[in-house]
Design a protein around this ligand. Structure first.
Ligand code: FPP
Length: 237
């Protein structure tokens, strides 16, 4: 029996999500402290935001910046990472506004230090009108926690009926953001690590050995090309 030809679509994913892994190994290879890897990782974030903003059809970029599990790292690294984020937010706000990039945050934000929460609120407000690209910074984020928090939110609202997929989706951290179409993970690890568990149910995955600080526009392009050759069936057979 002749096989059904695979339909190849040249399309751009509307929402790309990235597990930015390998900062530590990048630094180790160069004999530098881990924090130097995170600093270089922040430069890669800038490059990829710029590339994503100029890619027609790419509307959302989610970045796994700090997981609920990352608190278990040495204190100096955790403090260094959070302070790097704060510095990044302070120094990039005007540039992002100018380039019409909206930035929103997703995760247990209310558990972060007050000054970081203030910075985040300012940032979201300042960039709210950006219509070129929406960047979702997943911060103190865990995929299981997002589902648990969503269900608890429903319970707090007094919901006592049958839970549906639509109800859970509507009570996640960022209900207005569509599910990711493509999830990229750098540094050779092939795991989801508690990232966007609910949202990535039908996502395509792209894994690359490139360490995050080395990830550039060409690597993003490769991932987008890989996506455009995939046929998504959504379980329809
Ligand atoms: C994983 O590398 C990376 C992180 C835990 C942090 C990602 C954060 C940044 C890129 C900093 C800037 C972010 C923004 C949004 C400005 P790893 O330390 O787990 O690397 P390893 O697996 O090689 O040890």
């Amino acid at each position: 029996m002749a096989g059904v030809p695979i339909e190849r679509k040249a399309e751009t994913p509307s929402h790309v999500a990235i597990i930015m892994d390998g900062n530590g190994r990048w630094a180790l290879k160069k004999g530098l402290p881990r924090l130097a890897g995170h600093r270089e990782g922040a430069k890669a974030v800038e490059r990829i935001i710029r590339a994503a903003a100029s890619t027609p059809g790419l509307d959302y970029l989610s970045l796994f910046a700090f997981s609920t599990e990352n608190w278990r790292r040495p204190r100096a690294e955790v403090e260094g990472l959070l302070s790097l984020l704060k510095t990044y937010l302070r120094s990039k706000r005007d540039e992002l506004v100018e380039n019409r990039v909206r930035m929103v945050f997703s995760g247990r934000i209310d558990q972060l230090a007050e000054d970081l929460q203030d910075e985040i609120a300012l940032f979201e407000k300042a960039t709210a009108r950006g219509d070129q690209l929406t960047v979702v910074v997943c911060l103190n984020y865990g995929g299981r926690q997002e589902i648990v928090d969503g269900v608890n939110r429903l319970l707090r609202k007094g919901f006592a009926g049958e839970v549906t997929e639509e109800l859970i989706s509507a009570n996640l951290y960022r209900p207005g953001i569509p599910d990711p179409d493509l999830v990229i993970r750098t540094s050779g690890e092939v795991r989801i690590s508690n990232f966007l568990l609910w949202g990535s149910a039908y996502a395509e995955f792209f894994f690359t050995d490139t360490l995050w600080p080395d990830f550039g526009e060409e690597d993003l392009k490769k991932a987008l090309d890989h996506y455009s050759l995939r046929e998504r069936r959504y379980g329809a057979g």
